[in-house]
Design a protein around this ligand. Structure first.
Ligand code: NA7
Length: 541
């Protein structure tokens, strides 16, 4: 596509790619400014993550009542979460409820995948191209493509030749899928695999789990919200969101100021037990302050989690297989579970270690490892996503002088504040790489991202600026800062999607600094400071 290509093109003030939580809120805010906006969304409805991830057991790890949009009191008061950790169908209903209330759909085009976007220097505008050739132009291009939106099927030989049912969790069918009496394989034991396995095990004939890397999992402790609690929640939203605003990841869980090493063994053990017995991410986010920084401190919770797995799994051989050995607790994304370990106590659930016996091929009737052949009626791929930059890489994005974003980011992303990129004017990247939103109770950080971008656009319109882009110096400084701050956290030394690794993708074998790991409050302070100083670090013209 050429930016100067001929032919009619729809024109808007802003184009937003994606109708997930960030795209929905961005549309609402830009409409308030009086902009004409169009959202292009590949799916047939709103909800993003919650639209696509319909797999069995899909559910929040965030407390439901901390997750909804906070900006509109009516939305908060009219919506009832039925459980402390909502399941996917309810969350998708919530997204649709918001779209209805704010009348968002009239500015959205569904079933439309953006495949290319090019900046036109003469016009200071972006021209985008949709699959099928339709084009549109806008002064601003806002990507709301999500950090985990591009599912990855493993590159196992024979994968297309399987005769049974095959599903990726991130592209789960809209029709009900039955596991009754079936022989089902699940490949992958990340947060998605853990939820899927636990649910499928309940009705399946025979379930075989293919595990490459075990993860530490902690109990979710979900429960229904009764009427009295509902009333209390609705009366306390202000305080709830204020708490979230001040914690590292915008969850209600705040790190304990003590070091794990300054308390007695008994005190430490009692604290771990307490957190293990409480709902949500407390054991990860509300634990001793140094667990994710100091290896000696981390070893204490790691040993505790090893004991817990041994306590819950009946067969000691299986328990040992489920214990992670190559990373400490919390250095990969913590799956929360509702009976995951007990699933392996069922007679009809088998665990296969594919490090010992790698999967060699998918066959027409099942799967072959180096040890054995298996027959299945269904294979479920819980094999994750092309992390964080995947949604960008699949769009041919070209900035000034036709520079491709993919080329610019070859050695790792370069951004300013995780929101803009030098050489790509008037393009804003909500929840993009180097943004605090990825490590966040995401709607809380989405609101911050969107509000900041909206303020910038308002500022430009009030001051008659046509173009905004960060300076190279600002971009280099922020990118170096993201790299530096990441080093202090143990997760940066471990392969996972949080460090941009996906072993199925040739370009994603090495760890990269993709997320701002300084916490949401520091990130927000920096964004606010940049704005207060007249958008210091940006060139406005
Ligand atoms: P993850 O966390 O990236 O997990 C993917 C899983 O799939 C992980 O266990 C992988 O093992 C496994 N995998 C991938 N390819 C293969 C092959 N070829 N063979 C065996 N196993 C494989 O993705 P999720 O969807 O679970 O979670 C993503 C995030 O979405 C989650 O953290 C939440 O924030 C929401 P590996 O660990 O690479 O050895």
């Amino acid at each position: 596509m050429s930016a100067a290509s001929e032919g009619p093109s729809e024109r808007y003030d802003a184009i937003i790619i994606g109708a997930g939580l960030s795209g929905m809120y961005q549309l609402h805010r830009l409409r308030e400014l009086g902009l004409s906006v169009r959202v292009f969304e590949a799916g047939d409805g709103v909800g993003g993550t919650w639209y696509w991830n319909r797999y069995p057991g899909a559910r929040f790890d965030s407390e439901s009542w901390t997750y909804g949009y906070s900006f509109n009191e009516e939305l908060l008061q009219e919506w009832d979460w039925s459980e402390h950790f909502s399941a996917q169908p309810e969350t998708l209903r919530y997204c649709n409820f918001v779209a209805d209330k704010l009348d968002l759909r009239r500015d959205m085009t569904f079933g439309s995948r953006v495949v290319a976007a090019a900046f036109d220097e003469a016009e200071n505008s972006w021209e985008i191209e949709l699959q099928g050739g339709r084009r549109a132009r806008a002064h601003f291009l806002i990507t709301a493509v999500g950090p985990l939106s591009t599912p990855v099927w493993p590159n196992i030989p024979g994968i297309d030749g399987f005769a049974g049912e095959a599903y990726h969790t991130g592209r789960w069918p809209h029709e009900p899928v039955s596991f009754d009496g079936k022989r089902v394989a699940v490949i992958g034991t990340g947060a998605t695999g853990v939820q899927t396995i636990t649910e499928v095990a309940k009705t399946v004939g025979q379930l075989t789990v293919f595990q490459r890397t075990p993860n530490y999992c902690a109990p979710l402790h979900n429960s229904p919200i009764d009427a009295e609690t509902q009333r209390k929640i609705k009366a306390s939203y202000k305080e709830i969101f204020e708490t979230c605003r001040n914690t590292f990841g915008c969850f209600i869980h705040e790190a304990d100021p003590r070091s794990a090493l300054e308390v007695s063994d008994e005190e430490r053990e009692a604290f771990f037990e307490k957190l293990y017995g409480e709902p949500g991410f407390g054991i990860w986010m509300g634990n001793f302050r140094d667990l994710q920084i100091n290896p000696a401190a981390n070893a204490t919770i790691t040993a505790f989690m090893h004991r817990k797995i041994r306590e819950r799994v009946n067969d000691p051989r299986i328990a040992e297989m489920l214990i992670p050995r190559d990373h400490g607790f919390g250095t990969r994304r913590l799956p929360l579970e509702s009976g995951y370990y007990e699933a392996f106590n069922r007679d009809n659930v088998e665990l296969i270690d594919v490090r010992k016996a790698p999967i060699e091929a998918i066959t027409p009737t099942g799967l072959k490892t180096s040890d054995a052949e298996y027959d299945f009626d269904m294979i479920i791929y819980a094999t994750g996503f092309d992390p964080i930059t995947g949604g960008f890489d699949r769009i041919d994005i070209r900035g000034i002088d036709g520079q491709r974003l993919k080329d610019k980011w070859l050695g790792g992303p370069k951004t300013f504040l995780g929101l803009q990129i030098a050489g790509f004017p008037n393009m804003m990247t909500l929840v993009g790489p180097h943004n605090a939103a990825i490590f966040c109770n995401i709607p809380r950080c989405i609101e911050q991202n969107v509000d900041w971008v909206t303020d910038l656009i308002r500022y430009m319109r009030e001051n008659n600026y046509q173009r905004v882009a960060p300076t190279l110096e600002a971009e280099e400084e922020w990118t170096a800062h993201v790299h530096e701050i990441g080093q202090y956290l143990l997760f940066s030394q471990i392969d996972s999607w949080m460090t941009g690794v996906n072993k199925n993708l040739p370009g994603k074998q090495e760890r990269a600094s993709l997320v701002y790991a300084g916490g949401a409050p520091s990130y927000r302070a920096r964004c606010d400071d940049v704005a207060a100083k007249g958008y210091k670090g940006f060139e406005l013209s």
